[in-house]
Design a protein around this ligand. Structure first.
Ligand SMILES: NC(=O)C1=CN([C@@H]2O[C@H](COP(=O)(O)OP(=O)(O)OC[C@H]3O[C@@H](n4cnc5c(N)ncnc54)[C@H](O)[C@@H]3O)[C@@H](O)[C@H]2O)[C@@H](O)CC1
Ligand SMILES: [K+]
Length: 764
């Protein structure tokens, strides 16, 4: 079997059980209603369901905290305690309390020594009977005296004292206080109980939802306790998602759920074990999306909202109850496989039937690039996916789209929206891809990264990225390369990435056309992402790139007709007025603030805009868009944008510095003041001008005279221009990191931080 086939087969043999859908409180109530509904529904009685639920609770205890071997009596003839023998079953006032009573009975018959804490008995005839069954077995019971029994005088806090003593003496605590009908905040007498849960170091197994957590939003404010393990009944509730996906021990019970209800509520249930067990261990595994990337609503809340009490990670529970997160040594390794697929996909996007266009369009993609822009998009996606309450819907919709595509039924991000003959877009690579998909839907597993999450070979880096986000990453690289093609024509560059530049190999005309072609393919791909907000953002990048290029061409051009007084010019006006340079240099002074602003604005337009807006756009795809109705989404989008903007500024400033301080060999393109030869005064030159006013004259005439470039270079190298440029870049790098810190902690955030700090130490 070929490698690809065996890896596909491997993916289908995978023993990792399926992850069920997270359901909201509304769905939980509806499912309960269905199960207990009349003849056309489930037709279960409440006793039956409680019996099954309670049995699954007891079985989960047996698996998680196995009973130690039976021991001989000690020298005094006293029975010795077995490991994990003592289980304190804490029962609440609703049906979940009934589950607890049933579980206590089963645990006793399994050999455990359970005690029952039942501070508020439920109404309904079933509960006294369940309680009586426990009393019949002689289980210690901490409960208010039943009404009608003799009122023997009791201390007011007798129940609390008994409960605390039981907590001290137990091995394991069972949290059967509240289930899906709980509405926070907890009322007495449960407040003190939940406080004790928070304080204890004993393992707590929570049933359905850790008591005190909101069923839908979980432990969002970080005030709840974190259990050692969770047993979800029927299907996990939305509120436990962060716990589950941070690797918390997670079992599922509910082997009685008929297919009809599972299908109706799209529960996506896993198989239960062949041995008849009522529970299945569905603890999150590496095969699923990584813990750090999904549904960190809790962490996000504590990261951005003023009522924050704990640092962001404190509310991301982990299996051991501790919140420590292991930092990856090289967080960028997260993207190793992704970038390989990116290059492959870009090549597919660029196919053309016209051989010359095909060759030149793909030319710059053959050389290894740094792929900074797509990397930022992919990592920002990971760092923010799951934050939006819309995330589940977005993810489900895209998963559905991919599924349809795999089945040859509908449109994925590759399929045209219009009829092919109307589009008249001859891309042989994409046609081949479409054919492959139809003839062998599984080929998607090997040819596209968008479903690599299910391929076993790339599990470590299979991220919870949406297909649209991957495509956006590819689009950013297409736009970037298009701008390189156009730049190399404008700058007359002879080399690029240590090889002949495209214009020097293919000529200016073809290079410009190839750049246009890339932009056209990027636009086509953009339209298929299905988000107008993203189209708007990325289309404005295209305009910015051209504006920046024009500013650069015109920016230093002297215009003696409209002299201005240096340093007094209104900065907003002068920022776009090229005459400012001429005026300043004529006066023999250094550059005005307006000249510097002009340079910074150009830098934003030419470099930072693409990184900033694509970082923002990917958060829109992940559910933070203006039309997705989540107000907090603006803050996520802004953090992503500010990160990208500052990273882009730092990146270009260092690029401009390296033009003076690095050799051409190190850069792989002309260096040693190449910008001066193009007549451009970048940050190091502007800072040097501040120290050596005579530089103004050379800048004004764009270093055109014999010896100008050498003289300018000499002055710049003698000045602190390079150092000040570096300092400015460092400030932007720091600002990027600060923007990032408004997002919750994650491996992806670490990787983005590394990119922002590595920018300062790069040599090319
Ligand atoms: N669908 C299923 O799979 C089954 C579910 N069962 C269990 O039933 C549970 C749901 O039962 P219920 O709907 O009775 O509800 P709960 O067991 O969640 O408890 C509701 C009770 O808690 C009280 N309560 C709510 N908020 C409170 C607060 N802030 N402070 C103090 N008391 C508060 C209510 O007054 C009510 O008495 C599930 O979570 C599950 O454990 C099983 O019994 C049967 C099978
Ligand atoms: K519970």
């Amino acid at each position: 079997m070929s490698g690809i086939l065996s890896s596909i087969a491997g993916a289908f043999r995978s023993p990792a059980p399926r992850q069920p859908r997270y359901i909201g409180a509304d769905d939980a109530v509806a499912i309960d209603g269905w199960l207990m509904g009349g003849s056309d529904k489930g037709a279960f009685s409440i006793d039956q369901l409680m019996e099954l639920a309670g049995l699954s609770v007891a079985q989960a205890v047996a698996q998680l905290y196995p009973l130690g071997p039976r021991l001989d009596k000690d020298a005094n003839g006293v029975k010795r305690k077995r490991d994990n023998e003592r289980v304190l079953v804490c029962c609440g006032p609703g049906n979940q309390g009934g589950d607890g009573l049933v579980a206590a009975r089963h645990l006793f018959h399994m050999g455990y020594a359970p005690s029952v804490f039942y501070p508020k008995e439920s109404k309904g005839e079933i509960f006294p009977r369940l309680k009586k069954q426990c009393e019949n077995l002689g289980l210690p019971l901490i409960a208010p005296p039943s009404s009608g029994s003799s009122s023997f005088p009791m201390a007011a806090d007798a129940q609390d004292v008994a409960f605390r003593r039981a907590m001290d003496n137990t091995d394991v605590i069972l949290d059967c206080l509240f289930g899906f009908s709980f509405k926070p905040p907890a009322r007495a007498p449960f407040i003190t109980v939940l406080d004790e849960f928070k304080k204890t170091s004993k393992p707590i197994l929570s049933v359905d939802i850790p008591s005190g957590w909101d069923v839908d939003s979980g432990n969002a404010d970080g005030t709840g306790f974190t259990p050692d393990a969770l047993l979800s009944l029927t299907a996990p509730k939305k509120g436990v998602r962060a716990f589950v996906e941070s690797g918390g021990k997670h079992f599922l019970g509910g082997r009685f759920v008929p297919d009809a209800v599972a299908n109706e509520f799209k529960l996506d249930l896993p198989e239960y074990p062949a041995n008849g067990s009522q529970v299945v261990d569905i603890t999150w595994r590496k095969e699923y999306r990584p813990a750090s990337t999904s549904s960190r609503v809790a962490a996000w809340t504590s990261a951005v909202l003023p009522r924050t009490r704990a640092p962001p990670t404190a509310s991301i529970p982990t299996s051991g109850g501790s919140s420590a997160r292991i930092r990856l040594e090289d967080p960028l390794a997260l993207l190793k496989d992704e970038l390989g697929s990116l290059r492959h996909n870009i090549t597919s996007l660029l196919g053309s039937k016209h051989p010359a266009l095909d060759t030149i369009a793909k030319y710059y993609f053959q050389a290894e690039g740094k792929h900074v822009r797509p990397m930022v998009v992919l990592l920002m996606s990971q760092a923010t996916n799951g934050l939006s309450p819309r995330w589940t819907d977005v993810e489900l919709r895209e998963r559905g789209r991919e599924q349809d595509r795999r089945e040859g039924k509908g449109r994925g991000v590759d399929e045209p929206l219009e009829q092919e003959d109307v589009l008249n877009d001859d891309n042989p690579s994409m046609m081949q891809r479409a054919k492959d998909l139809l003839s062998n839907p599984l080929s998607i597993l090997s040819s596209s990264p968008s479903s690599s999450a299910s391929s076993s070979s790339s599990t470590d880096s299979s991220l919870n990225l949406l297909p649209t986000q991957r495509r956006l990453a590819e689009i950013t690289e297409l736009i970037h390369v298009a701008s390189l093609l156009h730049d190399d024509v404008i700058d007359l560059a002879e080399t690029r990435r240590s090889a002949p530049s495209a214009p020097s190999l293919f000529g200016n005309k073809l290079s410009i056309l190839a750049g246009d072609f890339l932009l056209a393919r990027a636009s086509l791909a953009l339209s298929r992402l299905g988000s107008n907000e993203v189209v708007e953002l990325v289309a404005s990048v295209l305009a910015n790139l051209v504006e920046g290029e024009v500013m650069q061409m015109k920016g230093n051009m002297p215009n003696r007709a409209t002299p201005m007084s240096p340093r007094t010019a209104s900065s907003s006006l002068a920022a776009t007025d090229p005459s400012a340079v001429a005026a300043a240099s004529l006066s023999g002074n250094g550059p005005t603030p307006a000249i510097f602003e002009h340079y910074m604005r150009k830098t934003y337009l030419k470099t930072a805009s693409l990184i900033a807006k694509s970082a923002r756009a990917t958060t829109v795809l992940g559910g933070c868009g203006a039309l997705q109705g989540w107000k907090e989404g603006e803050r996520v989008k802004d953090a992503a944008y500010e990160y990208g903007r500052n990273l882009g500024m730092a990146f270009q400033l260092i690029d401009d510095m390296l033009d003076f301080t690095a050799s051409a060999a190190e850069l792989g393109k002309p260096g040693g003041g190449a910008d001066l030869k193009l007549g451009l005064a970048t940050a190091p030159a502007l800072y040097a001008w501040d120290e050596f006013p005579e530089l103004g004259e050379l800048i004004e005439r764009k270093f055109e005279r014999e010896g100008d470039v050498e003289r300018a270079k000499d002055l710049i190298l003698r000045s602190s221009g390079a150092t000040r440029t570096f300092d400015l870049a460092a400030a932007h790098s720091q600002a990027a990191i600060e923007a990032l810190h408004r997002l919750p902690e994650s491996d992806a955030r670490d990787a983005l931080e590394k990119i922002a700090s590595d920018v300062l130490t790069r040599k090319k």
